[in-house]
Design a protein around this ligand. Structure first.
Ligand SMILES: [Zn+2]
Length: 164
């Protein structure tokens, strides 16, 4: 009976040791896989850096790169041109609005539709900051400083400012 218990103890012990080793292997494998991923990401970012350096060199002197690289650089040129054109188009679209009644394309600043006459909501300009008088009268014509305001208003600013 005691032999049996001894053997059982040994078997349990071995099994536990194997389990611990297996779980240790899993942890080690996970760590290794993560390290590989990390190194691959770093490698990609260095490739990108090198690409940027080569392209900037090509922009300065196109003769400095080999024919193989020249083709890639010309592709990048085309992409740059396409991006510029699309940015200009997006800026143009932002200046347009459509009639709330008939759908006619209108200039963003139009307050009435020239086609159907419907009145249009005002669209604030996102790009241009409206100059607001800082003298406190609330007019839009102030130049920022008290006294610069030429508009009559209730603020009682400088001599040249509001007359109220
Ligand atoms: Zn209309």
């Amino acid at each position: 009976m005691s032999d049996f218990l001894d053997n059982l103890g040994k078997v349990v012990n071995e099994t536990a040791k194997k389990a611990i080793k297996a779980s240790g292997d899993v942890v080690e494998l996970t760590k290794t896989s993560l390290n590989i991923k990390f190194d691959e990401v770093k490698r990609e970012s260095f490739f990108k850096e090198i690409g940027g350096i080569v392209y900037r060199g090509y922009r300065i002197s196109p003769e400095s790169v080999s024919d193989e690289i020249l083709d890639f650089c010309r592709c990048i040129d085309e992409i740059e041109n396409s991006i510029s054109a699309q940015r200009a188009k997006a800026a143009e679209i932002k200046k347009k609005k459509f009639c709330v009644n008939c759908g006619k394309e209108l200039c963003k600043t139009f307050l009435f539709c020239y086609s159907c006459g419907a009145s249009q909501p005002e669209i604030p300009d996102e790009d241009e900051e409206e100059e607001i008088c800082e003298c406190g009268c609330g007019c839009e014509f102030g130049l920022g400083n008290e006294g610069d305001c030429k508009e009559p208003g209730p603020c009682g600013g400088g001599e040249d400012s509001c007359n109220f």
